[in-house]
Design a binder for this molecule. Structure first.
Ligand code: GLY
Length: 288
């Protein structure tokens, strides 16, 4: 396997990983994603480094790489989150290109189909090809696993941790809806002394429990990454077990020793691991 240790920072790695997915036509990340109920693709993203520097954008339209705009917010402004038109203006002022507002071919088809009923019944992150559409990213040859949000955590050769998240959010959401992904402590949290965590799935449920901050705090208490993720999932399910059956949330975490783990409400949450020793896609354990 290629030795990629010593070649850069964790921060650069998570940004590059997020950009890679933003470049693809994908149901749930980047400008190729499903639109909101008004037919507009709005993107959420955040980034966090080992010194707790943070940047985020929410409801960003027509900009290809929200993760890079989030990084610019982190590095060039005294603020941590920019939203909507202000985020777009900031991106353009910082050299990002304003892309077409037109939906990708696949998203256009899916939106036209949705418009026939216009039911506000978002299904998110139930990893089933039929539900998520034929162009969802497939991680397995049979296409059974796909995902809504790209969350990344990384550790570099210095032992420093960083994380990033990028998504087009819940399909057919209300215009203006913001999920967990750009919210530090919900969709992403990094504590360089302890570990890092990210989430995917129904953002409202993750925000409610400050999900990734909770996962990191469980690791601080001595739980393994997998157990920490499991305990956060249990917190969601305990609040409303009936509702939890209808949705998916998955957490992914890594501690300072480089140990990792994940846990989801339901079957199908997958995560990839790349290191000098491993290059593999894992199925997460699940509660229900
Ligand atoms: N987890 C992505 C979202 O809820 O928008």
């Amino acid at each position: 396997m290629e030795d990629f240790i010593q070649k850069g920072t964790a921060l650069d790695a998570v940004e590059a990983g997020a950009m890679h997915i933003e470049n693809k036509i994908d149901c749930c990340v980047g400008l190729g994603g499903y639109p909101d109920r008004d037919g507009i693709v709005t993107l959420d993203s955040c980034i966090m480094d080992h010194k707790a520097n943070i940047g985020a954008v929410a409801g960003l339209e027509r900009i290809k790489h929200p993760v890079s705009v989030a990084r610019k917010v982190m590095e060039k402004t005294p603020h941590v989150i920019l939203v909507g038109a202000g985020a777009q203006q900031f991106a353009i002022e910082n050299g990002f290109t304003l892309e077409s507002a037109e939906l990708s071919g696949e998203a256009k088809k899916a939106y036209a189909e949705w418009l026939k009923k216009s039911e506000y019944k978002p299904v998110i992150n139930i990893e089933n090809k039929k539900q998520n559409g034929p162009f969802a990213p497939n991680f397995f040859e049979d296409g059974t696993a796909n995902h809504d949000t790209m969350g990344l955590v990384a550790m570099d050769a210095m032992g420093n941790l960083s994380g990033a998240v990028t998504t087009s959010g819940m399909a057919y959401k209300l215009h203006g809806r913001v999920g967990d992904s750009p919210i530090i402590g919900a969709g992403l949290f990094v504590d360089n002394e302890i570990g890092a965590a990210t989430s995917s799935g129904t953002g409202e449920e993750v925000i409610r429990i400050c999900g990734t901050h909770l996962v990191v705090e469980f690791m601080r208490q001595g739980y393994s990454p997998e157990m920490a993720c499991k305990k956060a999932v249990e917190r969601i399910v305990k609040r409303d077990a009936a509702k939890a059956k209808t949705l998916q949330v998955g957490f992914l975490a890594m501690n300072k020793k480089g140990q990792y783990g994940a846990y989801a409400i339901q079957k199908g949450f997958v995560f990839s691991v790349k290191s000098n020793n491993e290059n593999k896609i894992h199925q997460s354990k699940y509660l229900i």
